[in-house]
Design a protein around this ligand. Structure first.
Ligand code: FES
Length: 143
């Protein structure tokens, strides 16, 4: 059911932890399954992501996608990090079962939320980045 890559990132997740004084922190959740994901980014003055860490209180696929997402954004510029979509994360993991697609969406949302936080703190506008819906209640209403 799960690819070897998913199992690998689930069993040995990369970048677990927090970053003190992170440039940006994003926390998102899925109201239906109750899983929560938080991503921390350390972004240099040149706008390149130096470090990415995560904490996920969620299912195995959420752990694997956070692990892969943090790996993918490291060394990228803020603009390039926006291209790390849930599709990109899933592809890098050799796919996810359909019922687990929303877990990868959480990873994309958490990255966007962390980038939004970074932009807010630095008075920046990141082209193409939308304000994250961080209110879980609101999200349920939208569905
Ligand atoms: Fe909800 Fe995986 S089951 S994030």
């Amino acid at each position: 059911m799960y690819s070897e890559k998913v199992m690998d990132h689930f069993n040995n997740p990369r970048n677990v932890g927090t970053i003190e004084n992170a440039s940006g922190v994003g926390t998102v959740g899925n109201a239906k399954c109750g899983d929560i994901m938080r991503i921390y980014l350390d972004i240099g003055d040149d706008g390149v992501i130096q470090e990415a860490k995560f904490k996920t209180f969620g299912c195995g696929a959420a752990v694997a996608t956070s692990s892969m997402a943090t790996e993918l954004v490291k060394g990228k510029t803020v603009q390039q990090a926006l291209e790390v979509t849930n599709k990109a994360v899933m592809e890098a993991l050799d796919g996810l079962p359909p019922v687990k697609v929303h877990c990868s969406l959480l990873a994309e949302e958490a990255i966007h939320a962390a980038l939004w936080d970074y932009a807010q703190k630095n008075n920046l506008t990141i082209e193409g980045l939308k304000k994250p819906v961080d209110d879980i209640e609101e999200k349920v209403k939208e569905e």
